[in-house]
Design a protein around this ligand. Structure first.
Ligand code: MG
Length: 481
């Protein structure tokens, strides 16, 4: 049960100053279904089979009550889970609009812009996970990912079994909704500098990773007048090209292609194309916080005083880039729904995560892989080569380590870390982040494992490692004590 409590909410979320929610209060909550990105599980297991999908569909339908748009990424189990979930939705009286295979942000845009007002959306996707996984993710009526509170409401209905059951006169029907991709591409075109991109006569290497992005990004590039060569551009749930997490290892074919010459940049999507990772014209892989910093700097250069929102683990490069243009960074807990909601609340002009998930509020409040491609094309059309734009932002080195820590000791360890922090700037948004003159240390308890994670960043890798070593010793002492 202790593990379930920890996974029920990242510990940082109930860390308030020195006080924590008591474990007894947390224990009364029903087990959590939704993780940071929807419900995930191995297909065929009890956590992700057709019976689960029907029951969750009933719970979602009971909560949403209206027209629900549904879509999937390219996984082999999608039709099975979509049909089961849609069955639950219809049984509860919802009308279902089937958008087919689409990137997650395409479905979100369809929900947000549907003229007759959708009650919400459901995406069948496991994003970047291996092919045996799949997942179910809920979209709020405004197109954003559901907040934790909304997910808790669906979970409560799921666990209670108190579902709306429509009689034969009110049972839902499913109809195809074939225009989601066209609307989405049109929406992106209306929010970027198309003329600048067309004039620049760019050439791009695009790796769709056999995911849902294959159905959108090539079409978008056509419309933007960008020439391109594709890799893995057939949606295929076996992921024959490479696993769908856009890591440097999974991007080797792309970087090799870019190095063969004649490209202005390379880009790779994850499985549901809500993320984009970029490669500069020399074939250099840019980690997600580089693109975050590049776009943040560009957005802040357009108007002074703009706000950029990102998670506490993001590189100082983002803050440096934003400050040079008179902007300000607000840090949040991990999770793109949290970033999006803080952006809405604080009027953020741009935001995102360090994993390549970028959020453009002028379009929609969610991570958007294809919009990120269009925006990066706009930036290099106006500012020149991607390598040059990237080099203009400081480089930092990050280091990660972890220490074993029993669940029951996590609260005590985190309080100890907070008390030991003597620096001027300490951030307890998510775990404890301590700033030094030349870097920072972030200590966070894992939400799912009996470990405490330590992240550090500094100008050099040596200094980042030293910071991590010092913190590791302190955490080890606190675990023993
Ligand atoms: Mg994804």
């Amino acid at each position: 049960m202790a593990a379930a409590i920890e996974s029920a909410r990242p510990i940082g979320s109930f860390y308030l100053g020195f006080g924590y929610l008591s474990p007894m209060a947390a224990e009364r909550k029903p087990p959590r279904l939704f993780g940071t990105n929807g419900v995930r599980g191995v297909v065929g297991s009890k956590e992700m089979d057709c019976q689960f999908a029907i029951r969750l569909g009933l719970a979602i339908g009971t909560y949403m009550r209206g027209t629900v748009m549904i879509g999937t990424d390219a996984r082999t189990s999608n039709d099975m889970l979509k049909s089961a979930c849609a069955s639950g939705l219809m049984a509860s009286g919802c009308r279902v609009l089937d958008c087919g295979v689409v990137p997650t942000p395409t479905l979100q845009y369809a929900v947000k812009t549907y003229k007759d007002k959708a009650a919400g959306g459901v995406v069948i996707t496991a994003s970047h996970n291996p092919p045996e996984f799949n997942g179910i993710k809920c979209i709020h009526a405004d197109g954003t990912e559901m907040s934790r509170e909304q997910e808790e409401a669906v979970e409560a209905i799921y666990h209670s079994g108190d579902f709306a059951r429509a009689d034969w006169t009110r049972i839902g029907r499913v109809s195809p909704f074939a225009t989601a991709i066209e609307r989405y591409i049109g929406g992106i075109m209306s929010k970027v500098d198309v003329m600048a991109i067309r004039r620049a006569n760019l050439r791009v290497a695009l790796d769709c990773g056999n995911g849902a992005g294959a159905l959108v990004t090539p079409k978008l590039l056509d419309r933007l007048g960008v020439r391109y060569v594709t890799l893995n551009a057939d949606p295929n749930g076996a992921f024959p090209g490479h696993n769908s997490e856009p890591t440097p290892e999974n991007t080797e074919d792309l970087t090799r292609l870019v190095r063969s010459g004649g490209f202005d940049m390379g880009v790779v999507h994850d499985g549901d194309a809500d993320r984009s990772i970029f490669v500069d014209e020399n074939g250099r892989y840019l980690y997600g916080d580089r693109s975050l910093a590049i776009v943040a700097k560009y957005v802040c250069s357009l108007r002074p005083g703009r706000i950029v929102v990102t998670t506490v683990g993001s590189s100082m490069a983002v803050e440096d880039a934003v400050k040079t243009k008179g902007g300000r960074v607000i840090y949040t807990m991990v999770g793109s729904p949290v970033v999006a909601r803080v952006m809405m609340r604080e009027g953020g002009a741009f935001g995102g995560e360090e994993n390549g998930g970028l959020i453009f509020p002028e379009f929609q409040y969610c991570r958007d892989g294809a919009f990120a491609v269009a925006k990066m094309l706009e930036i290099i059309s106006i500012q020149g080569k991607l390598s040059k734009v990237n080099d203009a932002i400081p480089q930092y080195s990050q280091f990660k380590t972890k220490v074993g820590c029993p669940e029951g000791k996590k609260v005590q360890v985190m309080n100890g870390i907070r008390r030991a922090a003597s620096a001027d700037r300490v951030d307890t948004t998510d775990g404890v982040k301590v700033y030094y003159d030349d870097g920072w240390v972030l200590v966070r308890p894992s939400g799912t494992e009996p470990i405490v994670r330590i992240f550090t960043e500094s100008r050099t890798l040596e200094r980042a490692k030293d910071l991590a070593d010092d913190s590791k010793k302190l955490v080890e002492k606190l675990v023993k004590g």
